[in-house]
Write a protein that binds this ligand. Structure first.
Ligand SMILES: *[C@@H]1O[C@H](CO)[C@@H](O)[C@H](O)[C@H]1NC(C)=O
Length: 997
């Protein structure tokens, strides 16, 4: 239970403002207003952020442009973010994505150009929190560090080592320069700039405040660089937990402090593999909330309660369930936890993630599978559902409840209710006296259905509500926020037990939308009102009006539908949850819309109202707009509407088209592992000698030469090692490291020796493989081929853990004479700058570009039957092309579906390539992911598409894969996915690829 710290808190204030008393009255002004000394546009105090002197509730969501490499689709994500009522979004940029090698920075090719993010933010009216790292974590390989940084040549990283400093400077400088052009100080939208990430390293000991000078010096270098390169907005930080107390100026005056320190929280554990949730990374107890109020009062009293990351879902681990675990962090989670934060007085929070996207290519860290859906409000396939809608209910409320940006916590506990299982947190705005009562089960893990009444303080005195026969209810894992003295335009709610959704003022008429869970009752009082009537009843019952408290109380029960009351010229809309889900308040206009699956925006010009959005089923459309509106278009087409007697416009929108995709047939195949044979020629430019006898990597090699792939410039996914030896040998011992869920296979002179199939916990595997059933040449040299997979570099302090062969020892032999190595074609040279340096692994077929559009596979073998099969332990490459001709004026989402026919072994690994993009790693022996969403832009909806699959059979049984695709949804939409076909995103095969045989 959150203890109140009013006394301590007042004491602190009186110490700080020596001569000020701390009575309730001057609490309005006693908190210092800060700015960063570089500008006065962004300011903050104990209560909230302020932009241009206006307090704002920063409700933000994180999204990673580099997890959806189609810039035209960033609009789709950000329009959905805006439509849900968010006021901001945040993003990590990813150093690795922009720096293919230590001398190249790419901020211009395809999705590497991030300026559209800033431009969209301005157009849509969303603030931006920029998080450039240089370290970001993010379940991405090496936490966003470029992999050339992981060799040891740059030291142990995340410190003030000059080698590391010189490495991050060009990237960080460029991020600062780009951001500096889009700051809110110049009428653009970036409001703060995060330094490093979850770097809670300011102290060697927080207890006696022993500073960590190295960490401080590192932070100071980053901060100085940001300021030197034009950053004038506040610098922020995100503590990984409530124990590290780093970089906040209320805690100490030590060096390296940022302007606004915040704290990240994942109360439900951040992975959906619940078996790894323990006391160190957040035990998983369903719906158990965490107290933040005391933390902020004690350690950051003069700063707003800022959560740069708050749990928006959880990532999909390799061994986790297909589709992640949306049930653990679904709509109920959003309802309860985000309201909990409001009860804790949080006024700035960013959901991690609002849209997760895809770990395409090799961008994932070992912990996560290809999907980065994250059970986010916006799914990986870009669809929205109950979690998005539930989040919207609250975000629209926070956007309209201006008084919420300045509140004190007055008290909390069960004394507010008449049910000992229900407690409330009372927040009150000290200048307007508006009250917010956030109500919860005493034990939030409990999902019981509790009825209660609530004691509230209003300008008409203390009341117990509801007071006319109804009850308030928490049914299941739910919370409700009851408002008192809530102003909307010229009108005021004395109280409402139904939650406020939003309001608008239309032709001077306040229109207030309230919602209740379907079938529940509500009671509200409009201050000063005298008379009420029912204008429309769709699902309403028990509507009564009672004159009292100097106003009019209305009671109602609302089942499925929306009802309309008129109270002294004020319109009150009563919605049940399902109707509230599809209720929209498009920003930049005053209109309100009910009906569609999504309303992206609206604009009014004279008498014409243009509304844009999506429909997946036929629906009615009801619009509350100014009287001047005479015609309405939906996605550019005029629709017929009629005016209701209460002034709204009603029309209907008919269902979208159903889409059938052509079958994926006419596959051709070719073997993609010539390297296993002893006579394969590895003298080409794809291959380098692995001949280092020393390394700066902190892990000392067990055998020499050093067989760590990164130091030879091959950083990604599958690598091939050819070890030569002469004369006899009876066995080889190999210890290979590639991250959890990795695997490896060895061949001697073309014959399969053995494999490590992998599992979701082993990062390395050592096997001794006897040469009993293979041919060892005694007169010519023998070639051992080791192919290993790599699921990414570890995060945080594990970034330098090498990938490759840690130990290679022959038994009864004079040893290896030399080793050759191949990986991604061109290594760090970035042959394919559009798709980027992490798209390709080192398989033969990838090196020569068989995955790319435009390669001619006509001489390949035609595949018979529907499955793509490999016989024996080798790698098969498969290609087909398929033309799409999908309708315009639709947003269509497609996923590939990979499967293993029952006749096939599971011991294979497959990569899916769509028009050259590696959009899935299918690992049926370990992982459960079978659906792989692929966005338009990667797919061409009005042209030919090249689909390629590499199948690496790890056992002699070979392997078969089935490849199909499906439509996730087809929405009639202002987003025309047929038009997202920028060919420059899909560069074609060229002859230069042939050099990488
Ligand atoms: C990049 O790395 C190479 C070694 O791989 C080194 O020779 C070169 O000096 C580095 N360049 C920069 C700008 O650090």
């Amino acid at each position: 239970m959150a203890g109140l710290r009013r006394i301590l808190h007042s004491l602190w204030i009186s110490l700080f403002f020596l001569c000020l008393s701390s009575t309730a009255e001057d609490s309005v002004t006693q908190w210092p207003l800060h700015n960063d000394g570089y500008n006065k546009v962004v300011e903050w105090d104990h209560y909230s952020f302020q932009i241009d002197t206006q307090r704002i509730f920063v409700f933000s969501g994180e999204f990673h442009y580099w997890r959806i490499p189609v810039p035209d689709l960033w609009r789709d994500i950000l329009e959905k973010v805006k439509a849900a009522g968010f006021t901001a979004f945040s993003f990590y940029s990813n150093w690795a994505y922009h720096a293919p090698n230590n001398e190249t920075l790419d901020f211009s090719t395809g999705a590497h150009d991030i300026t559209p993010l800033f431009e969209l933010a301005k157009e849509l009216g969303l603030y931006i929190i920029v998080r450039p790292g240089p370290y970001i974590n993010a379940e991405t390989t090496a936490g966003g560090f470029p992999l050339w940084l992981t060799t040891g040549d740059y030291g142990s990283l995340r410190n003030n080592d000059t080698r590391y400093t010189n490495a991050w400077k060009p990237y960080f400088t460029e991020m600062s320069k780009i951001t500096s052009r889009y700051q809110v100080t110049d009428g653009e939208n970036a409001i703060c700039y995060q330094i490093e990430n979850e770097y809670g390293d300011q102290w060697i000991s927080t207890t006696d405040k022993t500073p960590n000078e190295t960490a401080i010096s590192y932070m100071e270098l980053l901060e100085e660089n940001a300021r030197q390169n034009g950053i004038r907005i506040p610098l922020t930080s995100n503590d990984p937990n409530m124990n590290s107390h780093s970089w906040g100026s209320d805690f100490s005056n030590e060096g390296g402090n940022v302007d606004i320190a915040g704290v990240d929280s994942y109360p439900s554990c951040w992975t959906c593999d619940l078996s790894v949730c323990d006391s160190t990374n957040g035990a998983y107890v369903a719906y158990q909330v965490v107290d933040y109020y005391d933390y902020f009062q004690d350690y950051q009293p003069t700063l707003p309660e800022f959560m740069p990351e708050f749990q928006g879902g959880s990532y999909n681990p390799w061994g986790g369930p297909e589709g992640g675990c949306p049930d653990d962090t679904g709509a109920d989670f959003a309802n309860l936890f985000y309201r909990w934060n409001i009860g804790q007085r949080v006024t700035a929070m960013s959901l991690y993630m609002i849209f997760g996207g895809t770990n395409w290519g090799g961008i994932a860290a070992p912990v996560t599978a290809s999907s980065y859906d994250y059970s986010s409000p916006i799914s990986e396939d870009r669809s929205i559902g109950s979690k998005y809608y539930e989040t919207k209910l609250l975000a629209l409320f926070t956007r309209s409840a201006k008084d919420l940006t300045m509140t004190d916590l007055i008290g909390n506990g069960t004394q507010y209710t008449d049910n000992s299982a229900v407690r409330a947190y009372e927040l009150r705005n000290p200048s307007t006296n508006a009250g917010f009562y956030a109500t919860f089960h005493v034990n939030t893990s409990s999902g019981t259905n509790e009825a209660f009444h609530l004691k509230v303080d209003t300008s008409a005195g203390s009341l117990t509500v509801p007071s006319h026969g109804g009850v308030l209810r928490l049914n299941g894992h739910q919370s409700k926020i009851v408002v008192t003295d809530f102003t909307f335009g010229s009108a005021k709610l004395l109280y409402s037990t139904a939650e406020v959704l939003t309001f608008s003022i239309l032709d001077g008429v306040p229109t207030l939308a309230l919602w209740v869970p379907t079938g529940e009752s509500g009671e509200f009082n409009i201050h000063g009102a005298k008379k009420g009537s029912i204008k429309s009843c769709q699902g309403c019952s028990k509507v009564k009006f009672i004159k009292e408290h100097g106003g009019l109380t209305a009671t109602f029960t609302q089942s499925y539908g929306m009802s309309v009351l008129e109270i002294d010229g004020i319109r009150v809309l009563l919605l049940d949850r399902t109707y509230a889900y599809e209720f929209w308040a498009p920003a930049l206009t005053t209109i309100l819309v009910q009906g569609p699956y999504l309303v992206r925006g609206a604009s009014l010009s004279g008498s014409k109202l243009a509304v844009t959005g999506d429909i997946v089923n036929s629906t009615t459309l009801e619009i509350f707009a100014p009287k001047a509106v005479k015609s309405v278009t939906w996605n550019g087409k005029e629709i017929s509407t009629r005016q209701t007697e209460y002034g709204s416009l009603k029309g209907s929108l008919s269902s979208s088209k159903s889409i059938t995709l052509p079958k994926l047939t006419s596959w051709k195949s070719k073997d993609s592992l010539p390297e296993r044979f002893a006579d394969y020629d590895d003298s080409g430019i794809a291959w380098v000698d692995a001949d280092h006898m020393t390394t700066l990597n902190p892990r000392t090699p067990t055998t020499l030469p050093v067989l760590y792939a990164d130091e030879y410039g091959f950083h990604n996914g599958i690598r091939l090692w050819r070890g030569y030896f002469n004369g006899s040998a009876s066995a080889v011992n190999l210890n290979v490291q590639g991250g959890t869920a990795f695997g490896w296979t060895a061949w001697l002179n073309g014959e399969h020796l053995g494999s490590f199939y992998g599992n979701d916990s082993a990062e390395q595997a050592s096997l001794t493989l006897p040469f009993t059933n293979v041919t060892v040449h005694t007169t010519k040299s023998n070639v051992l081929l080791v192919v290993h997979d790599d699921t990414g570099h570890d995060e945080t302090t594990g970034a330098l853990n090498p990938r490759g062969i840690l130990d290679a020892t022959l038994t009864d032999s004079t040893g290896f004479t030399h080793w050759r190595l191949a990986g991604t074609a061109g290594g760090e040279s970035n042959l394919d700058p559009v798709r980027g340096v992490y798209n390709e692994d080192g398989l033969y077929g990838e090196r020569v570009g068989w995955h790319l559009p435009g390669y001619k596979e006509s001489s390949w073998t035609s595949v018979k039957g529907s499955a793509l099969s490999v016989s024996g332990a080798t790698v098969g490459f498969f290609r087909t092309t398929v033309s799409l001709d999908l309708p315009s004026d639709h947003d269509i989402s497609i996923s590939f579906v990979l499967g293993t026919p029952s006749s096939s072994a599971l011991t294979y690994r497959a990569q899916l390539f769509v028009n050259g993009y590696q959009y899935g790693r299918f690992n049926p022996y370990i992982g459960n992911q079978v659906e792989f969403p692929v966005p338009p832009g990667v797919l061409d909806y009005s042209g030919e598409n090249t689909i390629a699959v590499a199948v690496w059979a790890q056992s002699k049984e070979g392997g078969s894969i089935s490849v199909d695709w499906k439509v996730n949804y087809a929405a009639g939409s202002s987003l025309n996915t047929r038009q997202i076909n920028e060919a420059s995103l899909r560069p074609v095969w060229t002859e230069k690829r042939l050099k990488y045989v």
